[in-house]
Design a protein around this ligand. Structure first.
Ligand code: XBP
Ligand code: MG
Length: 260
């Protein structure tokens, strides 16, 4: 980190850039299940458990193994899951394209600030690449993809979060060391992945993740905050800042605080 200044920020997508899970992915899974004449209904309580399995295809397989073992007899089960997942992605993209999934507070502000300051911006997500690009474009405008130095998503690595692979892949393509960067995550799985890649990590919680264990994070916040609506600190110190901006990110990275 040159002169105590960060070189890049790596953003998780689902739950961090937008609240995509409850009224996005979950609804899309349920809509796809209907198309396949399945009576499966992923309600809030069940989905909260299923979120421990990152990746939609992996999540469907886990559900089958635990709650619908008869389906294990399906011939070419992996291909069948992929087929269901393609339908699920179609529904999810349609929700995004209808503007039904807005960005979380502070996201647009911080990304624009990083861009103006020429700090690298990267994405490290478990979700399908097309979901990421569509969400970014519906949030930041059609031409925004060039703002991102690296978009790491989905199946580019075999092991999804909490494995560090997607962060390691993103750092390699940024050409940066973890110590020069900060990750922003929303979940314990995501935090574990970022920490295992050596990244200082800030967590912005949501309804699904607020009770999770964020040991090792540098700071846990309600959200990134806006000038008119500062964040709430859940744990850690914000060094007297009321919203996450570059000045604060540099302090967090330099102080190297870690929650125990
Ligand atoms: C996000 C996920 C994703 C989505 C589904 O985790 O777990 O799997 O729920 O996306 P993270 P796909 O925010 O930690 O990246 O169905 O496209 O796999
Ligand atoms: Mg997430």
């Amino acid at each position: 980190m040159k002169n105590n200044k960060i070189s890049a920020v790596l953003f998780d997508v689902d739950g961090t850039i937008a609240e995509t899970e409850h009224n996005g992915h979950r609804l899309a899974f349920n809509a796809a299940f209907k198309d396949f004449s399945l009576s499966w209904d992923w309600n809030t309580k069940l989905y909260s458990e299923l979120l421990d399995i990152t990746g939609g295809k992996e999540r469907i397989r886990y559900y089958i193994e635990k709650y619908a073992p008869d389906k294990l007899k399906t011939s070419e089960l992996d291909a069948w899951i992929t087929h269901v997942h393609i339908t699920k992605t179609k529904y999810f993209l349609s929700l995004l394209n209808r503007g039904l999934i807005p960005p979380r507070p502070g996201i647009i502000r911080l990304i624009k600030e990083l861009r103006s300051a020429k700090i690298d911006i990267a994405i490290a997500s478990t979700t399908t690449l097309k979901n990421v690009t569509t969400l970014l474009q519906s949030t930041l405008g059609k031409n925004c993809l060039s703002w991102f130095n690296v978009i790491a998503a989905g199946d580019v690595v075999p092991q999804k979060k909490p494995a560090p692979d997607i962060y390691i892949w993103a750092l390699k393509h940024l050409g940066l060391q973890a110590q020069q960067c900060i990750a922003i995550e929303d979940s314990e799985c995501g935090l574990r992945a970022a920490l295992a890649a050596g990244l200082t990590t800030i967590v912005t919680v949501n309804n699904y993740t607020e009770k999770q264990d964020f040991t090792g994070a540098s700071l846990v916040l309600s959200d990134l905050g806006e000038p008119s609506e500062p964040f709430t600190i859940i744990s850690g110190t914000s060094h007297n800042n009321k919203l996450v901006n570059i000045e604060m990110l540099n302090k967090i990275a330099f102080h190297n605080d870690k929650l125990t």
